[in-house]
Design a protein around this ligand. Structure first.
Ligand SMILES: [Zn+2]
Length: 563
């Protein structure tokens, strides 16, 4: 027996068949068994308790901790811990991220990998935001603008179309009490800019302010409000000096793939902060419309920005419609309006202090419970623990690696404390904004067929022209166009059990009913559109009649327009 054992080990040692092969197999089997055992022990709940804690443990076991890599190489890879998500602009994937653990650097640090992407990143920060600032400063193509007279970069708010410039220059005024005269002031600013361009004069905020303050006979109330705004504009120019000068063309920088950080010190002055915040948001909206290249828009401290309802909602809508991925970092996600959240690609929430926020995050990160975000849930964890969820990525627990950041001495840009002005009384009434949902209600995120369809659907640019035999022409939301099967004669996709026409599917998913032998008429006339709101079930005869009716109506409209 001893001889045989000795021979066995000798055979293993010399790697001689057959014992060498047996040993290899035995080693492999024992490794697998050990791994299975460790995996079993690790995933076992720590203690048996009430039915509720059992349920919580069950959820915890179902959380993916192993990571996720997309099946194909992502175009714009965003890596968060062991999870890689394709964040290509235009794909309306929504990534939900909620940070747990301790505070300090958690939220902003989690999005630092975005700044290493090969596309432009525009960040608006309403606070000091150290990790992002340090990251941008460490990059060769990083540009930082800050609301300080010592800022090395001038932000050119006067660049481009006078229509947009005039909007930027009155952006944010709504918050400071005389919002109802905003439109009148914008008209005055617009004509001042047009006059400057016409006579070849250099545009300047001082000249705009002067024109704004020039009284117009018979408009005493508007004159007063406009003079007030002119005063504030002049004050802003005096406070910020060359920081509000020519220099930085943000749209061009994004075209070149640079990382632009617009950093606003909100303690600069209680009156300047809301004005500047509004102006930056309107400026960013113009850039989202103008840039024409993929870039990512990061809004840091969006909770603070939520005060600028009239500016932030159109900003995210413009970004959503222009396929710009919007990243929102805030402690107050649950308070943001749905016009904002519907058009956001990545949400980074810090859900552990506020009950509403915890519930909101838990709901977005199904199947988590609000309790999973409490500090006590992470007893041994430092900063940078996140839950992530995205289409195709189940809720995953992610550890965010600590970023090595370049430390720079921060200059003191504080100014003496200013007396805040009295509370504003006549705030403007909010307008009804049309919502372009990032993911429409009819998309069930648990249904792979829905996700597959939604990924191949793109919003068309601009409003659509709808025609109905009873109501005639109306303007509607942009068409949602199928891009999946370009060679085919109608939008088709494979579904379990065969092939289906995509717009019939989306119509039914949205709760529509198509009676037997009925067809769907496209009110928008676009046979590739799959927006349920653009469709109506009709008989075949009715559908044909409507087609010629629409053609006739279009011809009549063209003749009328030419006349
Ligand atoms: Zn349509």
């Amino acid at each position: 027996m001893m001889t045989e054992i000795r021979q066995f080990f000798l055979a293993v040692w010399l790697w001689n068949p057959p014992y060498g092969q047996y040993a290899l197999i035995a080693l492999a089997v024992s490794l697998i068994l050990a791994w299975l055992y460790v995996d079993h022990v690790m995933s076992r709940p720590a203690a048996r308790g009430t039915a509720e804690s059992e349920k919580a443990n069950e959820i915890k076991r179902s959380i993916n901790v192993r990571g996720h890599k997309p099946r194909r190489k992502p175009m714009v890879p965003f890596t968060l811990g062991n999870v890689t998500i394709d964040l290509q602009p235009g794909v309306k994937d929504i990534l939900h991220t909620a940070i747990g653990g301790t505070s300090r650097l958690g939220k902003s640090t989690s999005v630092i990998p975005l700044y290493d992407l090969p596309i432009g990143v525009l960040t608006i920060a309403l606070d000091d935001s150290d990790p992002i600032r340090d990251k941008v400063r460490s990059l060769a193509d990083g540009i930082e603008w800050q609301s300080s007279p010592n800022s090395a970069t001038g932000l050119d708010l006067l660049r481009g179309d006078p229509l947009i410039c005039s909007e930027v220059l009155v952006g944010g005024f709504g918050l400071v009490g005389t919002g109802r005269w905003q439109r009148r002031a914008r008209m005055r600013v617009l004509s001042a800019l047009e006059a400057m361009d016409k006579h070849g004069h250099q545009r300047s905020i001082e000249a705009v302010a002067k024109a704004l303050a020039t009284p117009i006979p018979g408009e005493s109330e508007a004159n007063k409000a406009c003079a007030d705004w002119a005063d504030r504009l002049q004050h802003l120019v005096r406070t910020l000096g060359p920081a509000l000068g020519p220099g930085l063309d943000v749209a061009e920088s994004l075209r070149q793939g640079k990382k632009v950080l617009l950093r606003m010190n909100r303690f600069l002055s209680p009156m300047d902060a809301p004005m500047l915040g509004g102006m930056l948001l309107v400026h960013a909206r113009a850039i989202a419309v103008e840039a024409g290249v993929p870039f990512i828009l990061v809004i840091e401290e969006a909770g603070q920005m939520a005060n600028f309802q009239e500016e932030i909602s159109p900003l995210t809508q413009a970004a959503g419609a222009r396929r710009v991925s919007v990243v929102i970092i805030t402690q107050n996600l649950s308070k943001l309006p749905k016009e904002v959240t519907n058009n956001t690609s990545v949400w980074v929430s810090f859900a552990q202090e506020d009950e509403a926020e915890m519930k909101f995050a838990a709901q977005k990160l199904r199947p988590l419970l609000a309790e999973h975000f409490r500090r006590e849930e992470f007893p041994n964890e430092g900063r940078g623990i996140a839950y992530v969820r995205a289409p195709g990525v189940p809720t995953s627990l992610v550890r965010i690696a600590r970023q090595r950041l370049l430390h720079t001495e921060d200059e003191d840009i504080s100014v003496p404390h200013c007396q805040p002005e009295p509370e504003v009384e006549n705030l403007p009434t909010p307008v009804d904004l049309k919502v372009l949902p990032a993911v429409p209600g009819w998309v069930d995120l648990e249904n792979p067929v829905h996700i597959r369809a939604w990924k191949k659907l793109k919003y068309d640019v601009g409003p659509s022209l709808l025609w109905h035999p009873v109501t005639g022409f109306t303007e509607g939301e942009p068409c949602l166009v199928w891009t999946g099967t370009p060679g085919a004669n109608r939008p088709k996709m494979s579904v379990p059990g065969g092939t289906a026409t995509v717009y019939r599917e989306t119509f039914v998913w949205a709760g529509g009913v198509i009676p037997e032998k009925y067809e769907l008429d496209h009110l928008c006339g676009n046979g590739w559109c799959c927006l349920p709101e653009h469709m109506e079930p009709v008989t075949k005869a009715e559908n044909l009649a409507r087609q010629s009716g629409r053609e006739k109506a279009l011809k009549a409209r063209a003749v009328e327009a030419a006349a």
